[in-house]
Design a protein around this ligand. Structure first.
Ligand SMILES: NC(=O)c1ccc[n+]([C@@H]2O[C@H](COP(=O)([O-])OP(=O)(O)OC[C@H]3O[C@@H](n4cnc5c(N)ncnc54)[C@H](O)[C@@H]3O)[C@@H](O)[C@H]2O)c1
Length: 355
């Protein structure tokens, strides 16, 4: 079978994970890489069979050359926007890292580019593609033997000093913690419950001695339909890293309770606080260890590939991701104003920008 060719834009940091996934894929080959950093391009040339004429320091030149069937984009916000607009303008399918955008104005720009070109866009919200997460969503949504989910207590706490001097520490206001990290958890909440929230209340903080330029801590209280309450605490400024990247989720159902650690690269753990349900959720699923990141990017890239094969819109397309972004902005609005945000009305305004 003829392989599809993909151009990767942004190959440092997390882009190196995408590079590994694309290079190892049986159905794809890497046709080029663009990165602003010449050291990254030299590393790519050493690690791949790409020639110098396939490595670009100018992402727009790489896009305009047109030697690809799809574009993978991991260049970070906010600088990614002109590149993403150009990529979507070509009509080629685009597989982009989260968070898709930081602002509603940028979302509108992307929407305009897509509506002119008809391009397919998928955002790699990889946390939701973990096999155990897929089973958990089925358990929650179909109300298997434990009945409806009543309360979710999410604790996400990492010490920012563990990743000192990462650009995320320099992002102002809500753009660091809320946009770059909490978007994973907001997307997971929507995915697991299969519905959007009704109301959002929140508060945020930047401690006077914080190493973060923007918010270091967020608390949010998010009401979902049918009296399901989510209590969310996220902090980048704690003395120790206490939870994995997915956080620690305590799920209280009508008839049972469990504590779950999604997106944990060491071990896929579930602790049952009451006798386990009959429905199997694989508390002992083995993690692929140091290959965990490429395993997970691989699972969301697989959905992108399948959607192209089947000629359908992928999961985490623009419309779906706009709803997770809306939850991110609702938390921002609620924390900034101190007032609750009625989510359905708030979401309607966001979706008006990308009907
Ligand atoms: N899904 C996940 O679990 C996950 C994990 C980490 C990062 N990310 C996301 O991946 C993206 C990249 O994060 P990172 O940690 O790799 O950042 P990074 O700063 O470590 O690396 C970004 C790379 O992109 C290059 N770059 C920057 N602007 C560019 C541009 N306009 N054109 C071409 N190249 C450009 C830089 O030179 C660098 O090599 C972000 O959107 C981040 O949120 C996702």
């Amino acid at each position: 079978m003829k392989k599809r060719r993909i151009l990767l834009i942004g190959a440092g940091g997390w882009g190196a994970v995408h590079l590994a996934v694309y290079c190892a894929h049986r159905r794809w080959s890497l046709s080029g890489v663009a990165d602003l950093n010449p050291r990254v391009l030299r590393r790519v040339q050493r690690e791949t069979r790409l020639g110098q004429n396939q490595c670009f320091s100018d992402p727009i030149a790489a896009i305009d050359r047109g030697d690809y069937d799809a574009i993978g984009l991991t260049a970070p916000n906010p600088g990614r926007i002109p590149v993403l607009v150009r990529a979507l303008g070509t009509g080629a399918p685009v597989f982009a890292e989260k968070p898709l955008v930081h602002t509603l104005a940028d979302l509108k720009n992307l929407y305009r580019a897509i509506s002119r070109s008809g391009s397919v866009l998928m955002v790699s919200q990889n946390y939701r593609f973990e096999p155990q997460t897929r089973r958990m969503a089925e358990f929650i949504r179909k109300r298997r033997d434990w009945g409806p989910l009543r309360t979710v207590l999410i604790d996400f706490t990492r010490n920012i000093r563990d990743f000192d001097d990462h650009p995320v520490t320099r992002l102002p206001a809500s753009f660091g913690l809320n946009s770059e990290q909490c978007i994973h958890h907001y997307d997971l909440m929507r995915y697991l419950l299969g519905v959007n929230p009704l109301r959002v209340r929140a508060r945020s903080r930047r401690a006077p001695d914080s190493p973060m330029a923007g918010w270091d801590t967020i608390d949010a209280w998010i009401d979902f339909p049918e009296s399901t309450f989510v209590n969310y605490h996220a902090s980048y400024y704690t003395p120790i890293t206490r939870t994995p990247w997915g956080g620690r989720w305590t799920l209280d159902f009508l008839k049972g309770s469990m504590t779950w650690y999604p997106y944990d690269s060491d071990e896929h753990r579930i602790e049952f606080n009451s006798p386990p349900p009959r429905f199997r959720i694989q508390p002992s699923l083995r993690s692929p260890g140091r290959y965990y990141n490429s395993f997970l990017v691989g699972t969301s890239f697989e959905e992108f590939t399948r959607a192209l094969d089947e000629g359908r819109s992928p999961e985490c397309n623009l419309r779906d991701n706009a709803q997770s972004l809306a939850l991110m902005w609702a938390v921002e609005r609620a924390a900034r104003t101190g007032r609750p945000v009625e989510f359905p009305q708030f979401l309607a305004k966001v979706l008006d920008s990308c009907p």
